[in-house]
Design a protein around this ligand. Structure first.
Ligand SMILES: [Zn+2]
Length: 423
């Protein structure tokens, strides 16, 4: 793409305003190099603009900031057997999966991704290759391997640490490898038969030591938690973002154990939650539309299977209490393909009753803020990186029009134009 000139102009019928909560009609985004220079009404472009810039008149599309997804597993297959593959495939095969998945993600319009668990041997080299321009992919914030107990949730990704001292060493090792974020597994998870989702894997004290170590190194720390005891530990420890934040009771016959006082503290501390319900929506849709089997139910929760509705009800309570949600699909888990970040926004509108603009704002500016890149991406604003995604139709009217982008621009470089892949 060396033929692309430094100055580019993207014209669209609908361009998201700076706050990502309304349209500018018939506007042009002027890009200089990697950054956005200005946003002007189409009619105010100089008459000789085509002499000085590459002009892309995208027509009747909705131009948004590139989507930001806070929860990816780049080397996981998104198939029902994702766990078996992650457990048995070699590094070379997993790397090929990751390369393919990251191309798919960016060409769908997701220009920034936070990966919350992939092998160190896969994720750091893939990011280096993307940054050097060797392969296409989103801007990446990486955890590398998650930190888990021996035989704990996703132990096969590579880092097992049991004691507080081992956890501190593991945090330091991830920082040394280039992690921007530390991922802790605060409870077991559905993906790992040997890890009980209803039980904590670490005490609040150990999580707190990990938070202090991450903060000392200036990196974010997030934790997977499915159980009420795990959520409480994450809140007490000051974990920056909670992933899933489900409320399973520790009793195998129990249901959910919502704790309003813990949620109040979570909101007061500004802890963001990634509820991963876009993933659940895709699961339901795949079962209903395509007749594919659901992912198997984990033995530890099988005594009492809790439907999505019960979890969604508690999410509404968390929102009412002032907790903010990120857009994070859990890409790579069964049914959550790497091109479907838009399903987060669908679930917020269709299951939580949000306005489309609130969902679009969360899929862009709000999640950029939550993953600490809100000063460089997530809005169409002068000075920000020119990461843009155009969608056919109007997602502010119909959220399902947010799907696969027809045009994608990353750091001013056109990766896809009018449904044609250029990389
Ligand atoms: Zn995950």
């Amino acid at each position: 793409m060396s033929s692309q000139s430094d100055r580019k102009v993207f014209i669209a019928t609908r361009v998201a305003n700076e706050n990502v909560d309304g349209w500018l009609k018939d506007h042009a985004v002027v890009v200089d190099g990697e950054k956005i220079d200005s946003i002007v009404p189409k009619g105010q472009l100089p008459s000789d603009v085509a002499d000085t810039s590459d002009v892309f008149d995208l027509g009747d599309v909705s131009l948004l900031p590139g989507l930001v997804d806070a929860h990816c597993h780049m080397h996981c297959s998104a198939t029902v057997d994702a766990q078996a593959l992650a457990l048995t495939e070699d590094v070379q095969r997993l790397t090929m999966r990751a390369v393919t998945a990251m191309r798919k993600a960016v060409l769908a319009g997701t220009t920034t991704i936070r990966d919350l668990g992939a092998m160190n041997e896969v994720s750091f080299p893939v990011r280096a290759a993307v940054e050097s321009g060797a392969i296409p992919g989103p801007r990446m914030l990486l955890a590398g391997t998650p930190i888990t107990i021996t035989a704990g949730h996703c132990w096969f990704f590579g880092t097992q640490a049991d004691t507080t001292a081992e956890v501190i060493s593991a945090v330091r090792n991830q920082v040394r490898l280039g992690a921007n974020v530390i991922k802790m597994m605060a409870t077991g998870g559905m993906f790992t038969p040997t890890a009980n989702p209803r039980k904590p894997q670490y005490s609040a004290e150990t999580l707190k030591a990990a938070v202090q170590e991450a903060e000392r190194s200036g990196v974010q720390i997030v934790a997977h938690t499915l159980a009420a005891d795990g959520v409480q530990n994450c809140v007490e420890a000051g974990i920056h973002n909670l992933i899933h934040a489900r409320w399973y009771d520790q009793d195998p016959d129990g249901e959910l154990d919502y704790r309003p006082d813990v949620v109040k503290q979570m909101a007061d501390q500004g802890q963001w939650v990634d509820p991963t319900i876009g993933h659940h929506l895709l699961g339901v849709q795949t079962r209903d539309d395509e007749g594919l089997p659901a992912a198997p139910v984990h033995w530890a929760v099988s005594n009492k299977v809790i439907g999505d509705e019960a979890h969604v009800e508690l999410m509404m309570k968390m929102l009412d209490a002032g907790v903010r949600f990120t857009s994070g699909l859990d890409m790579g888990m069964p049914h959550a393909t790497h091109d479907m970040s838009a399903a987060n926004a669908w679930s917020y509108v269709e299951w939580l009753g949000w306005s489309p603009w609130k969902a679009i704002h969360t899929a862009t500016a709000a999640t950029a803020e939550a993953v600490r890149v809100g000063d460089i991406v997530g809005q169409i604003k002068p000075g920000m990186f020119a990461d843009l995604a155009a969608f056919t139709g109007d997602p502010a009217q119909n959220i399902r029009d947010l799907r696969i982008a027809s045009t994608v621009v990353q750091s001013g470089r056109v990766l896809k134009l009018n449904d044609r892949d250029l990389v």
